[in-house]
Ligand binder design. Sequence first.
Ligand code: SF4
Length: 386
Amino acid sequence: MTVSLGMPAAPPEVLAPRRPTRTIKVGSVEVGGNAPISVQSMTTTLTADVNATLQQIAELTAAGCDIVRVACPSQDDADALPEIAKHSQIPVIADIHFQPKYVFAAIDAGCAAVRVNPGNIRKFDDQVGEIAKRAKAAGVSLRIGVNAGSLDKRLLEKYGKATPEALVESAVWEASLFEEHDFHDFKISVKHNDPVIMVKAYEMLAERGDWPLHLGVTEAGPAFQGTIKSATAFGALLSKGIGDTIRVSLSAPPVEEVKVGLQILQSLNLRQRKLEIVSCPSCGRAQVDVYTLAEQVTQGLEGLTVPLRVAVMGCVVNGPGEAREADLGVASGNGKGQIFVKGEVIKTVPESAIVETLIEEAMRIAEEMGEPIDEASAGTPTVSVG
Ligand code: SF4
């Protein structure tokens, strides 16, 4: 049975228009203005280990990362920057703390941008003129990265702790110094580990100028906690149009940060949705193990790039209705699965064939939507049902 898939008529709805900002360039990636909100991560390898760092950058690139940041705490790391910047597939930002000489090394190394932390770079304010001059000449943009954990001592004394006001005052002061030197190619971050303080700081900062903003909850924690903190804080800001580039900080492999960041943007329609598994939470009516089914379908379809919605429903009470909005779905019951395409039942299969059938149908629909399907693997899913 052939069912028309239709095409989306209008762009998906978003919660608020983007806050107008100036646009800057981080190498080949634009940040701010109408540019798509980019996803960043940071390598965890020793930067001086060029091969390991480039390997991790390649993994991040494959996961969908737009911009990568590398730490540069020593001369060995600074010496590695030219090779890394040259061979990375995505723009590289050098992350500089304490030593101003590494800011200049990163600019000379061909990094796309440099993150400076004005709170802990020695005599930073005295160096702003020279940094601005060198960055401008090299076409390198900057991030003024204010962080609660390393706030300028003067502001800590004034406010007692890293309040939203203190973070914003630090950022606005440093921004004014760069602007006095006619340097405008920078974005700003005001990170805190408390999402409430972080959100307030970014809201205040957004009122003070048209700088593109880099969102981040610093030291957000292990994957579960960090994901929730970041999703909550970014959601609060992005739903008001605030935020031009994001980095989810997790105590987990950096690829996980990218996956979470992309999912946050996709959830808010700020990135085109890709594969989306709409699975029911299961309840007393479920006649099939929904969790396992959803997991197996997710694994079987990993890597699809077209915006395919697959509904996995535990029973036939609400299943057909809930599956109707999806491209493809299953409602299970009585040892069988009704397979739906755009809400219409195309076949009923035994429970043991649900996963295999869903994957076959998903591949067929994905191909019609333009997904390049590897002939060797299409139609022969490796998932098995117990
Ligand atoms: S689809 Fe059925 S099993 Fe799943 S939550 Fe709804 S009623 Fe419960």
